[in-house]
Design a protein around this ligand. Structure first.
Ligand SMILES: Nc1ncnc2c1ncn2[C@@H]1O[C@H](COP(=O)(O)OP(=O)(O)OP(=O)(O)O)[C@@H](O)[C@H]1O
Ligand SMILES: [Mg+2]
Length: 581
């Protein structure tokens, strides 16, 4: 149902009903109290000519003070309930959004650009907050005035009310027309903001590429165009927005002119008292606010609705990989892996990337996967921690289909170092202990740094393991980053260690030393290494050679050299290259 989808229902009715009720009650109290001052003024003015003592006037003044005190207290309560809830809702949405996108898979991140997601997580959530907070608040306030003031002034003088309200029917028509224009332009602005964020984000993360290709100026120009367009679109939006208030005010002031003209004549003719005319004027002025507020409220609600739709679009994305929290938790894994006729393609309309992969790996074995670029090596190893989805009954750990294992348990068992290293802008120690279960002491990060041969380099930094990386701190070399990301994977104490071409930025001597250290420190663990540097994996138990998504050769180094196939040619080429390096 439409109502059930609306943000007001989802936030106030479903979750924060209590705040809504309290907020509305205090709002109504404020508004009721607000209705009295013009009547008090009317009474005061009407008794003035006849009054000889100040007593009654003092009483009215006292009433005024009481009224404003009540207003102050209730205004505070109403703001705390409505605005407070809007921030609670902002928090809920932000957390739900973040939690949800954390579960989504690679395909999702290919579909949505980072800047776009950022703008949904910030701008759109903000727009929803404005709708459920100020939007709803001013809407209810305006509705109250709309329903309460007209009967009062009709009661004071039906004739005068008729004339002053002559112009009123114009208001909703104008409000509706302008609101439509605002909505259209607002959507345009939001979309453009996404593009702008995307550009900023892309340029920051690829600043080295931009600079090295001498593209700074060109990128600046592109950004300038985008920013100018953004300003233009905002100005276009500002026109109807700024017209809205003055139009309503104009209509209301026209009402006041009519009031002074006709009302003045009625006072002179003795049809109404002067007090009634003054009260009338006060009430008409009080109507200016709801007139403006209704338009404002409609536009805030409309924006909130559009933004909620954009957030829902993301929330409705389902993870390709189901986390399977209920799956086997008590899974004690010894390190046997079997790939059984594994086929995979990233896109149903594209070519198969893996074709009929069959491979058995026993616990504690050292496996190398080699092959030309794009042959499917990374795709294959990404399947083990289920970064990439796998069909049922195709990959087994100790004979158990990986789809049936609790994903958390599975990922704790697999220490995976992806081909693209990524470190957080945090301390080095925190990066190393990122996934480690125990609250590691410095010794723990030191131990893993030592295994990957980076300890000395870290100790030379001004703050050693406490040094911050990235934007807030130091920059590391490619090889240093790679080694820290290996240390991070080792720190979870996995049963299988997968290194996906993650030693490409260190020299052969360091690579050999790291491999040796891993083997010494993690005896009996299954080790899978994807590499282009074949001499490093000469001593491995099985070398798997892949080409075009298939396993074309398999065996030990000696066996493969004897076979004199693809491996031999890759190996010879690599050895020759290393000799001349
Ligand atoms: N996220 C993706 N979406 C679509 N296609 C992809 C994606 N990742 C890889 N591919 C394609 O799948 C094929 C295999 O890629 P993969 O990364 O597994 O190769 P690789 O053997 O690891 O190569 P390299 O040695 O360069 O690391 C390639 O043709 C690549 O273009
Ligand atoms: Mg790869």
């Amino acid at each position: 149902m439409l109502w059930e989808k609306s943000i007001i229902y989802r936030v106030f009715v479903k979750k924060y009903k209590r705040y809504f009720i309290f907020g509305t009650i205090s709002l109504i109290v404020v508004d009721i109290v607000n209705i009295f001052p013009p009547l008090i003024i009317k009474k005061t003015i009407d008794i003035l000519p006849k009054e000889t003592h100040l007593t009654r006037i003092v009483t009215f003044a006292g009433l005024f003070i009481l009224v404003s005190f009540c207003q102050g207290v209730c205004r505070y309560l109403w703001r705390m309930n409505f605005i407070g809830t809007s921030f609670r809702c902002d928090y809920d949405l932000r957390m739900a959004f973040f939690k949800h996108i954390e579960t989504l898979s690679q395909r999702f991140y290919q579909k949505y650009r980072t800047g776009d997601l950022m703008s949904r997580a910030t701008n759109d959530i903000g727009a929803v907050r404005m709708a459920v907070g100020p939007g709803l608040l001013i809407g209810l306030d305006a509705i109250f005035y709309f329903f309460v003031i007209p009967p009062i002034i009709i009661y004071l003088s039906p004739k005068l009310s008729f004339y002053t309200f002559l112009l009123m029917p114009l208001t909703p028509i104008i409000a509706y027309k302008i609101k439509n224009i605002i909505d259209r332009r607002f959507r345009d602005v939001q979309e453009h903001f996404s593009r702008l964020s995307e550009k900023v984000q892309e340029n920051i993360s690829s600043i080295r590429v931009v600079k090295s290709f001498n593209m700074s100026q060109q990128e600046e120009r592109r950004f300038l165009w985008l920013s100018r367009d953004f300003v233009k679109k905002n100005l276009k939006l500002a026109i109807p927005q700024s017209l809205l208030g003055p139009t309503f005010e104009y209509i209301t002031y026209m009402g006041i002119i009519i009031l002074l003209f006709i009302g003045g004549k009625m006072v002179i003719g003795g049809v109404i008292t002067l007090g009634t005319l003054v009260a009338f004027q006060r009430y008409i002025s009080m109507m200016v606010w709801p007139m403006t507020a209704i338009g404002w409220c409609l536009s805030l609600l409309q924006r909130g609705k559009a933004s909620m739709k954009r957030i829902d679009e993301i929330m409705e994305e389902t993870p390709v990989i189901v986390t399977n929290d209920k799956g086997k938790e008590q899974f004690i894994f010894t390190g046997n892996i079997e790939f059984r006729d594994v086929n995979f393609r990233y896109d149903p309309e594209k070519e198969w990337v893996l074709k009929g992969i069959n491979l058995k790996i026993s616990s504690g074995q050292r496996i190398a996967i080699v092959g030309p670029i794009g042959s499917g090596k990374s795709t294959l190893v990404n399947m083990l921690p289920r970064i990439i989805p796998t069909n049922k009954q195709s990959i087994f750990l100790d004979g158990v289909d990986i789809n049936t294992i609790n994903i958390k348990v599975l990922r704790e068992r697999v220490g995976f170092v992806p081909q693209d290293t990524f470190l957080f802008s945090e301390k080095i120690a925190d990066n190393i202990l990122f996934g480690a279960k125990t609250e590691g002491s410095d010794n723990t990060s030191l131990r893993f740094a030592r295994i990957v041969g980076i300890e000395e380099e870290i100790q030379e930094l001004p703050h050693k393991f406490e040094s911050y990386l990235g934007e807030r701190g130091i920059n590391l070399s490619g090889g240093q980053k790679q080694r820290i990301s290996i240390a991070r994977a080792l720190a979870i104490n996995p049963s299988i260690i997968i290194l996906d071409d993650c030693l490409s930025a260190v020299d052969a001597r360091v690579e050999d030393a790291i491999m040796k250290n891993i083997l010494i420190n993690f005896p009996g663990k299954t080790l899978i290494v994807v590499t282009h540097r074949l001499p490093a994996i000469r001593g491995f138990d099985i070398i798997v050679v892949m080409k075009d998504g298939m396993i074309v050769e398999k065996g030990t180094h000696k066996q493969l050299i004897v076979a004199n196939g693809l491996y031999t040619s890759l190996y010879t080429k690599e050895v020759l290259e290393e000799r001349f390096r």
